[in-house]
Design a protein around this ligand. Structure first.
Ligand code: HEM
Length: 406
């Protein structure tokens, strides 16, 4: 991409902030940088933090502007409309996060019909059971890695059962899945997408051969078989991709950062332990305070527009900073304070507008179940050392491991 862009015929030169220059400190805690940016204005020209990301984008850090941008139809999700490309499209296929209405509306209504609130509610006893089983295995040694023992396997098992994904090599799957959302380099990201595309193609083929089995993927496949032009093979692979990947990578981080936040704020933990009915509020505050999705997926200006007084040219890439917006003091007073009793309404952790997270009820159910059951069964739960590395890249906010003892 070119250097600093003149906002209007070069009259105003916009400073480009290279987030990569803040190094590991920014990964560990980007909030001081976001606070400085918010103090200067709601929209900034940035270069994302990943080492080989040389492109520039607009980053929206103000809450009101972020919310408006997420719902603005002039900010398109389909990169092909503005001549851009994405690995998802190139290697996986069209899916919900790279399409706009009317195609997005069609895909969304198709999956909503299969992925109903009832289906999520029916998972409740199973989610409790999986949590109990994982804790049965985790608790006897007295110490361990929360990510490995609970936060990762719970959402992965749940989404696999919901979709009807058979037993897999979890270590290999975890490696390619996490690399796709939090890449360590451009090459390994590409490689992860290639391997995921192959994996999903085989998975769908196997399920097609196995015939209907009542799970979500098999329902989606059947819909294709009955009415071929409604969900193409490529769209089916895209749908499996968003459900399987978005369906667990995010929730892992919600459980982990939620527990981490509580363990580093003893007063808040004590309030919750004294009244476990506050667990829903604690999960909402974890979503607001350190949401798992740092920046929403790319949007592209389909026409020139203005965001918070900043002119955006047609074709420009826009990143909506969800975790930055959720620490905006204009929306949430004293935003850096983790406070499970605060009013968290309006947080943007699940996005906003037509792309609002499809799995929000499932994610909430899993996180509430995991955190409540963990605290009940491990009354002496405490940190057992510093958390592991924070995930790289611009998309996810979470740590690779969290040592705990009880
Ligand atoms: C704590 C957990 C989760 C968080 C924080 C989260 C966050 C988000 C966000 C921010 C978006 C919008 C992205 C954008 O507009 O660019 C989104 C979309 C989506 N999420 Fe989630 N998500 C979570 C869990 C889940 C789960 C469990 C599932 C599936 C079972 C899921 C499936 C999806 C899908 C399919 C979309 C695309 C919706 C569309 O474009 O219409 N998510 N999620």
């Amino acid at each position: 991409m070119d250097g600093p862009r003149g906002a209007s015929e070069g009259a105003i030169v916009t400073e480009v902030i290279d987030l990569g220059e803040f190094g590991d400190d920014f990964r560990r805690d980007p909030h001081p940088v976001y606070a400085r940016l918010r103090a200067r204005g709601p929209v900034h020209r940035i270069r994302p933090p990943s080492p080989d990301a040389r492109y520039e984008a607009w980053l929206v850090v103000g809450h009101a502007e972020a919310r408006a941008a997420l719902a603005d139809p002039r900010l398109a999700k389909d990169p092909s409309g503005v001549g851009a490309t994405s690995l998802d499209e190139e290697l996986i296929g069209k899916h919900l996060l790279v399409t706009d209405p009317p195609r997005h509306t069609r895909l969304r209504s198709l999956v909503t019909r299969a992925f109903t609130a009832r289906r999520v509610e029916e998972m409740r006893p199973r989610i409790q059971r999986i949590t109990d089983d994982l804790l049965d295995a985790m608790l006897p040694p007295g110490r361990g890695d929360l990510v490995e023992s609970l936060a990762y396997p719970l959402p992965l098992t749940v989404i696999c059962e919901l979709l009807g994904v058979p037993e897999m090599d979890r270590t290999e799957f975890r490696q390619m899945s996490t690399e796709a959302v939090a890449p360590t380099s451009a090459e390994s990201e590409y490689d992860a997408f290639v391997r995921l595309a192959g994996y999903l193609t085989d998975l769908i083929e196997d399920k097609r051969c196995a015939g209907p089995s009542g799970d979500l993927l098999s329902d989606l496949i059947r819909t294709t078989a009955e009415d071929g032009d409604r969900l193409s093979a490529e769209e089916l692979r895209g749908m499996a991709f968003v459900l399987l990947i978005a369906g667990h990578e995010t929730t892992v981080n919600l459980i982990t950062t939620g527990v981490h936040a509580l363990l580093t704020h003893p007063g808040q933990l004590a309030s919750l332990r004294a009244d476990m009915s506050l667990v829903d509020d604690a999960v909402e505050e974890a979503l607001r305070w350190e949401g798992p999705v740092e920046n929403a997926t790319f949007r592209y200006a389909a026409e020139p527009l203005d965001i918070g007084g900043t002119p955006i040219a047609r074709g420009d890439t826009v990143m909506v900073g969800l975790t930055a917006a959720d620490r905006d003091s204009h929306r949430f007073p004293d935003p850096d304070r983790f406070d499970i009793r605060r009013d968290t309404r309006g947080h943007l952790a699940f996005g906003h507008g037509v792309h609002y997270c499809l799995g929000a009820p499932l994610a909430r159910l899993e996180a509430r179940t995991a955190i409540r059951t963990l605290l009940e069964r491990a009354p002496g739960l405490a940190l057992d050392g510093p958390p592991g590395d924070w995930l790289p890249g611009r998309l996810m906010r979470g740590v690779r491991s969290l040592p705990v003892r009880w």
